[in-house]
Ligand binder design. Structure first.
Ligand code: NAD
Length: 403
């Protein structure tokens, strides 16, 4: 699955990973092991996680290792610049020796950006690329409570800005350690299990399509796909501790696969989420079949490899059908019309995909006319038509002429 034409890119991830039920109660020792000296620790937690009382063992473990927890105001879903500014402006925040984040991708991303802002002059409106300078941040320990974005494994953080998602990618944003504790996921609501779980699946699948893939990202992506394909349906039906543990591991592996980055599916997801106010996981799940259709001719063997892993047969169409049926069984909307997007919106959405979220690593050229044609199929919820059109270049050209 690796692309030998692309030189091996850096592969980043946390230096330590502690996985298993109850591991969050060892977080104090974990901080010591990553070299954090005694002092105050900024504890950034998700609002629901705090309300559920899940922080008590973590605070206790920090205290018994000699750390004082500075509890930040809880973070609600999908953070904005104001959320990060609130964390950074807390009294004593500037003196913390480490940051601990307990929550889904939203709380972890807010904590990453707060840590970076505490020591550096980070422009929260502009985003960040790996080539830009960023001062060393206080070490971050990430404890995911959804499974999930894989944010505990990545160099990425996302914020909602005025005009859409703003992306921050930098090696200094990688958590120093990740603690994967399935007991924290006991009260995860069903729509969060499905949305976050499907998001993790899209990370695995899109990373395997990415032209930035390397042998290491491909191994992580295939590992994640195999684990999540089996675990997610069970997690949705019966979220036992054992299966949520598998989900956490699969989502973490999918986060490691994000070293190859994601492709067109996430660009489509960002623009539809912005227009229809959808959660990240729901928008990614809706977009994936259309991303696969767009990549079909350039990535046939990769898609067949994935089909073989998940379904035991090299049938690319069957893989898309499997994913689409899985999402439908979890009540994910099928079409853009289902979420209130109209035909008149499509030209603007296609323009946003091309200009705001270009993907040089997507395996096929992203051209506005093609994206508009793809969105027409998406409007109707007809991934089969998008898939067939992609297989027949003359039909694609005819659609583009009509558009
Ligand atoms: N940094 C990265 O690498 C990365 C990757 C993908 C996505 N993201 C970002 O992550 C965000 C989405 O994160 P998410 O999908 O994890 O959801 P989330 O963090 O937004 O949480 C979703 C909902 O679940 C609740 N919740 C979280 N944990 C819970 C628990 N254990 N029990 C009960 N309720 C709980 C939250 O309060 C919230 O209402 C988006 O902003 C997305 O852009 C980041």
């Amino acid at each position: 699955m690796s692309n030998p034409a692309v030189p091996v890119r850096p592969f980043v991830g946390p230096g330590r990973v502690l996985a298993g039920p109850g591991t969050s109660s060892k977080i104090g020792a974990e901080l010591e092991l990553v070299g954090v000296g005694p002092g105050q620790v900024l504890l950034v937690a998700d609002a629901a996680v705090a309300d559920l009382g899940l922080l008590a063992p973590i605070v206790k473990s920090l205290a018994s290792a000699g750390f004082d927890a500075l509890l930040a105001p809880p973070v609600a879903a999908e953070p904005t610049r104001q959320v990060v500014e609130t964390l950074v402006s807390m009294e004593d925040a500037a003196n913390v020796t480490a940051v601990v984040s307990v929550g889904g991708g939203s709380a972890i991303d807010a904590a990453k950006l707060a840590a970076a802002s505490l020591t550096g002059d980070l422009d929260l409106d502009a985003g960040l690329t790996p080539a830009q300078p960023l001062a060393p941040c206080p070490p971050l320990i990430a404890v995911p409570t959804t499974a999930g974005t894989g944010a505990e494994a990545t160099a990425v953080a996302m914020l909602w800005g005025k005009a859409g998602k703003v992306m921050f990618v930098h090696p200094r944003l990688v958590p120093r350690a990740a603690v994967l504790d399935s007991t924290l996921l006991r009260a995860l609501p069903k729509p969060v299990i499905s949305g976050a779980g499907l998001d993790a699946l899209t990370h695995a699948i899109e990373s395997l399509l990415s032209t930035f893939r390397t042998p290491l990202t491909a191994a992580a992506g295939l590992g994640a796909l195999g684990t999540l394909a089996t675990a997610l349906p069970s997690a949705y039906e019966n979220p036992s501790e054992a299966v949520m543990n598998e989900m956490l591991v699969g989502a973490f592996q999918a986060g490691l696969a994000l070293n190859a980055s994601v492709v067109l599916g996430h660009s489509l997801a960002y623009v539809i989420a912005g227009r229809a106010r959808l959660s990240h996981g729901v928008s990614c799940a809706m977009a994936l079949p259309y991303c696969l259709a767009h990549a079909r001719t350039s990535s046939e063997s990769q898609i067949e490899d994935m089909a073989e892993l998940v379904l035991g047969e090299r049938d690319a169409t069957a893989l898309v059908r499997w994913f689409s049926d899985l999402a439908a069984a979890m009540a994910i909307p099928r079409s853009l019309s289902d979420v209130g997007i109209a035909a008149a919106d499509l030209p603007q959405l296609a323009e946003e995909v091309v200009t705001r979220y270009p993907r040089p690593n997507h395996p096929a050229p992203i051209v506005q006319g093609d994206i508009e044609a793809l969105l027409e199929h998406f409007l109707a919820g007809d991934w089969e038509a998008a898939w067939e059109t992609a297989a027949d270049p003359s039909a694609a050209a005819a659609t583009e002429r009509v558009a």
